[in-house]
Design a protein. Structure first.
Length: 172
């Protein structure tokens, strides 16, 4: 049962990855590809800094050498990256800044889930989640994307990918 929850979590990571791509694409249209990457990375640093800072404050410091085991370090990282993110996001819908949080979730998921379910199953499941989320987002033209309807061929392709996850999981 726990294994199934980990696989569902990996599927959620994949869906989040699709949303991240949609947000970055929207940022790219608004500011340019390099600028979208910058905003995404700043938001990832803010998310990671917040998690590691919270961990340090709770008397469970990150397993990193000094000064990266101190809450003060992450407070400084949060202040600098947060200020840079706020400036970079001027004139853009604030929700697009969370694109980087999805990137952080992906990297965290790889570090936490892949050791539990295996790299192949993690990668296959994330891929299915990413593509399923992408087909859904495209179908509705979410976040400014061009509408690309979910056709029978796309749905059959997703089913084939899902079958691949089943085969990867059962072949363990």
């Amino acid at each position: 049962m726990t294994q199934n929850l980990y696989v569902l979590a990996a599927l959620g990571v994949g869906i989040g990855s699709a949303v991240q791509v949609a947000f970055i694409a929207n940022l790219g249209r608004l500011r340019g590809a390099t600028e979208a990457s910058w905003i995404n990375m700043l938001a990832s640093v803010v998310g990671l800094g917040a998690v590691l800072g919270w961990q340090a404050i709770r008397d469970d410091p990150p397993n990193l050498p000094s000064p990266f085991n101190s809450g003060w370090t992450y407070l400084a990282v949060l202040a600098i990256a947060g200020a840079c993110l706020a400036v970079a996001m001027r004139g853009i819908a604030p929700y697009l800044a969370i694109s980087g949080i999805f990137g952080f979730i992906y990297v965290f998921g790889a570090g936490w889930l892949a050791p539990k379910i295996g790299i192949a199953l993690f990668s296959a499941t994330v891929t299915v989640g990413t593509l399923a989320g992408s087909v859904l987002l495209d179908h509705y033209g979410a976040f400014g994307a061009d509408v690309q309807r979910a056709t029978l061929v796309r749905v059959v392709g997703l089913m084939a990918l899902f079958l691949g996850v089943v085969l990867v999981r059962s072949g363990r």
